[in-house]
Every structure is written in structure tokens, then in C-alpha cells.
Design a protein around this ligand. Sequence first.
Ligand code: GRF
Length: 215
Amino acid sequence: MSRGGLARTPTAVLISGRGSNMAALVEAAKASDYPAQIVLVISNRPEAAGLARAEAAGIPAKLVDHREFGMDREGFERALDAQLREHGAELVCLAGFMRRLTPWFVARWAGRLLNIHPSLLPLYKGLHTHERALADGAKLHGASVHFVTEELDEGPVIAQSAVPVLAGDTPETLAARVLDVEGPLYVASLAFVASGKAKLDGGKLRFGGEAVGPG
Ligand code: GRF
């Protein structure tokens, strides 16, 4: 499908659960002028509700169950990679995907692999971000979309969205407020990458041709 003569970048979304961010990307990509086309959704867990959401949207939805590969992490990733290539994916969005990726996969998809993390990176890398922000008395929290590199939640940030931490917040109320901004943030971030506006160049973000971030 072309976008007024411009190609739309074929994009796959990897999930492990509800697929709330995947659903936002699928919805946005229904617009003919959105620069990415969602061509595949893969889950590593059979019970992921996101698989049914993808199928309902008419998107090929595949299960690649990591448990079938035991300790062979690279074997699991080669199966993921085969599905991605079979469906012609040129970008991969991790969206609630809860498996660590090995250097093999990250290198293979370097610069074409995005993730959304529920904090304002570099704050709160890793898990339990809302609990940790509350424990610190943070007044601002949010979400970040970044290029994936070998280190967990370390890659150059493409875009962020901040939300206030309110008195009486619990991890659940804060997580819900963050989740509300994650979908639009991921939609905008994927568009920057799919349109070529944002690139990973030599480990750094280039936006609109200009290097961004620490020199
Ligand atoms: C979201 O908070 C996202 O930031 C994180 O996983 C959580 C659940 O995502 N990556 P989903 O509902 O499974 O898409």
C-alpha cells in the first residue's frame, strides 16, 4: 500500500501482554498518510491478549513461545527473526515485550529496533518504575521511546512524554496516567523513525539530520 506515492515502512510489533501500545500503533497506521504500516504482531506468550486484538484488526498475529526454546535464547530470537523477515518487517517495535534480547538480535536490528519504557529515561531503568518514582517522591514521571541497544533501557531516546505525580498516587494510578500518554508517544516516535526523520547514527540519535544529545 503506498502513501501518496511514498512507501510506508513495514513494521512489526512484539508484545507479551495486553498490547495497549500495539493497539495504538495499529490504530494510527490505519491512516493512509502514516509513514509506517503494521505488518505483523508477535507475542512470546500464548496468553497475551494482544494477539486477539491484532487478529481483530486484521493484522497477522504469531506466537513464538520462548518456553519452547528453554535456555537457547538465540534460538528463540532466530525464530523471531525468521517471522520478521518472512513478513518483510523493516522496523521492530517492542511494546510491553518482556524478554531481554541478546546482542545477536540487537546487532541484527540495530537502528531499526524501538522500545517504550515507562519512565523518563535515564531515570528508573529496569522494572517497577512507578513504585520507585513514588518512593523517591518524584514530582514528574512519564514514558520514553528509545532505540534499543545491548544495555537495558540505555539506547538513545527518541521522544518522551511527562506526567505529574499527584498526591495520593499509588503505583496503579501513576501507571494508568503514564499509560495514557504512551500510545500517542509511541505513535509519534514510530512516525519519526519510519519517515527517516529520526535515525540511529554511530550510537547517537540524529533528528532531522542534526546530531542530538551529548557530543
Ligand atoms: C507499559 O507500561 C509499557 O510501558 C511497558 O509495558 C507496559 C504494558 O504494556 N513496556 P502493554 O499493555 O502490554 O502493551
